[in-house]
Design a protein around this ligand. Structure first.
Ligand code: ADP
Ligand code: GLC
Length: 483
């Protein structure tokens, strides 16, 4: 099964969030499951740098105002993937991030930059590379949302597409006047098409034109069909519920495995847990926290955005400290949140540590050394850090929403009794809810034997990519038979 994965980032070359972790893990998992995946990516500098033995396989045509480009094919050894990369320096080589400039302003021509990605997918499906033609196109998030529309508009309309939503909060909306620049048939700017609320909407294009849809957890697949979480697209999602699937992300254990992790102070596992104490001591030393093995250490590793529920965390840190615990945050984003967490750290020297910025190695050290990882999200399509917490015996404290609800079992009495508990789950999105979770964590910590049992159960969870890869492969097969 030849399948083209279309996305904008890939771990370890370019990452702004969990999408990159998924894109980086899926090719190897699909290959192991018996598929033949290739990835299609925009030619951002780190992607071009990571591409080895590249061949120029085709010249991509212009469409409307979307410029033509050279299509390269080669290996991305760092991601264990084979990839097509769109070489278009004028579109992709810029100071700043992949989507926005150094001042966080989205690039004014993002509609063209990512329409180029969608058209490249359609051209590959139509045979741009004479030696390899995908049977299925699998597009991820708004950046690749135009691919299913371009497929329908071009000569490869018979090639089916799967569109995966990683986060409905980012839709790729543009002023309607840009529609004419995309090179799509005039009829596509329609409520039955890629128009939403008078604007161009790349995510709507994916949701409308793809044969099948998926998102990254069963709970989020349900939630986005309701107005509260549907971000304006719930009507379409509910209408397409019959072709909408929820497939949980996995953990790439070549990257996130406490027994082999090169970033952490000592290896450990469910059977040999001793190294975790060394990781905690090392982390406390690095962060300037008091060297105190008994202090319950809570962490957050997160983008600092509205989605992640961080104002709730601000409201409970004093209580964590008052109860003798410690708190550490690694994150980057919203300036107000950054300032508020920095001020908290200043108020509690030795008990609270805050590191602003993006730091892959430090993320591993926090997740290995902590006792509890907090993910109190307002919404969460899947969430990966709670899965990493489970794998490292760092109990997740999460809100019951989206993928968090699907992956963590609360340490309630009945779950402790039957051995199913893996963390702490709270219901209502408010400080009281999170505080109740924190009190349960302290209560469990007072019962050492019980904590260890929950930790072992957490580390026994296997959210491996093999399961997800087989689910995707089943869907690809289904789609090719449907056509
Ligand atoms: P999202 O994609 O919504 O940000 P996920 O939990 O799916 O949430 O994935 C987040 C990924 O980004 C994880 O791999 C996490 O470790 C990583 N991450 C988030 N913030 C940072 C940071 N400041 N430094 C390093 N890694 C981070
Ligand atoms: C998004 C979501 C996150 C998910 C990730 C990978 O960024 O916010 O919940 O884990 O995509 O699918």
């Amino acid at each position: 099964m030849k399948v083209l994965q279309v996305c904008a980032e890939i771990f370890p070359l370019l990452k702004t969030g969990g999408l990159a972790d998924v894109a980086g893990a899926l090719p190897a998992a699909l290959t192991a499951a018996g598929a033949e995946p290739r990835v299609l990516l925009p030619g951002f500098a780190p992607i071009l740098d990571g591409l080895k033995n590249a061949d120029h396989v085709a010249d991509l045509a212009p469409h409307g105002a979307v410029p033509g480009a050279r299509l390269l094919y080669g290996e991305l050894p760092a991601a264990q993937a084979w990839a097509y990369v769109i070489d278009a320096p004028a579109l992709y080589l810029r100071d700043g991030g992949p989507y926005a400039d150094a001042h966080q302003q989205p690039y004014a021509d993002n509609h063209l930059r990512f329409a180029r990605l969608g058209w490249a997918a359609a051209e590959l499906a139509a045979g741009a590379d004479a030696y390899w033609r995908p049977a299925v196109v699998h597009a991820h998030d708004w950046h690749a949302g135009l691919a299913p529309a371009c497929l329908r508009a071009g000569p490869a309309a018979a090639v089916p597409s799967l569109y995966t939503v990683h986060n409905l909060a980012y839709q790729g909306q543009f002023d309607a006047r840009h529609f004419a620049e995309l090179g799509l048939p005039p009829g596509f700017f329609n409520v039955h098409g890629l128009e939403a609320y008078g604007q161009l909407n790349f995510m709507k294009a994916g949701l409308y034109f793809a044969d099948r849809l998926s998102t990254v957890s069963p709970s989020y697949a349900h939630e986005i069909q309701q107005p509260e979480q549907g971000m304006g697209l719930d009507g379409l999602l509910a209408a397409r519920a019959g072709v909408l699937h929820g497939i949980l992300n996995g953990v790439d254990d070549t990257v996130w495995n406490p027994a082999t992790d090169a970033h952490i102070a000592a290896p450990f596992s469910a059977d040999k847990p001793a190294g975790k104490a060394r990781c905690k001591a090392d982390l406390q030393a690095r962060l300037g926290l008091a060297a105190d093995a008994r202090a319950l250490l809570f962490i957050v590793v997160s983008r600092l955005t509205e989605q992640k529920g961080l104002p709730l965390v601000l409201g409970v840190v004093d209580e964590i400290v008052a109860r003798g615990g410690q708190f550490a945050l690694l994150g980057e984003g919203d300036a107000v949140l950054q300032a508020a967490f920095t001020a908290l750290a200043a108020r509690h020297p030795g008990r609270v540590a805050v590191q602003l910025g993006y730091d892959e190695a430090q993320a591993h050290r926090l997740i290995a050394g902590a006792d509890v990882i907090m993910v109190p999200s307002r919404f969460e399509p899947c969430g990966l850090t709670q899965l990493y917490g489970l794998a490292y015996g760092t109990l997740p404290l999460v809100r019951r929403v989206g993928g968090l609800a699907d992956t963590v079992t609360d340490a309630a009495l009945e779950n402790l009794a039957d051995g199913s508990a893996t963390g702490f789950v709270f219901e209502t999105f408010d400080t009281a809810g999170l505080r109740a979770g924190i009190r349960r964590a302290f209560a469990l910590a007072d019962m050492r034997g019980q904590w260890r049992r929950v930790q072992r159960q957490a580390m026994r969870q296997h959210h491996d990519w093999a399961q997800a890869a087989h689910a995707y492969l089943d869907l690809y097969r289904l789609m090719t038979h449907e056509r």
